[in-house]
Design a protein around this ligand. Sequence first.
Ligand code: 5GP
Ligand code: ZN
Length: 132
Amino acid sequence: MASERENNYRQLAKGVRPVSADCIFCKIAAGQLPAEVVYQDDLVVAFKDIRPVAPIHVLIIPRKHIPDLTAITPEDKELLGHIHLVAVQVARQLGLAECGFRLVNNCKEEGGQVVYHLHFHLLGGRQLRILG
Ligand code: 5GP
Ligand code: ZN
């Protein structure tokens, strides 16, 4: 049986984005699960976190299923740049650009990652504490 990665490459070759069947963020990106979307385009979706830890807590995800930051490849360079541009745009949209904000990725177990679809937390709306 073909591995998930092989299947993903096949889908890419056919112009279909790789998605993971049991991934909640793939489902949100596909509109199969509800979310409060604040921005979306062909490459990314930004939506409000269901359990916010700050007055503004948005998750920015690629539509493509990448499990965690260590799984990125040189092919994803443009996507990662785009995610940062979108983060700044969403920060402006939500009134965070002047006072500032935090953009965080939790990577794997010790980094505190719970959902294994790459995402960046955009946090703001109050003075944030030191990390760690
Ligand atoms: P992680 O700990 O993996 O970096 O962050 C996962 C984040 O996803 C958490 O902040 C959690 O509250 C959020 N989350 C988990 N499930 C859902 C969901 O179904 N909808 C939304 N909007 N956020 C979710
Ligand atoms: Zn996914």
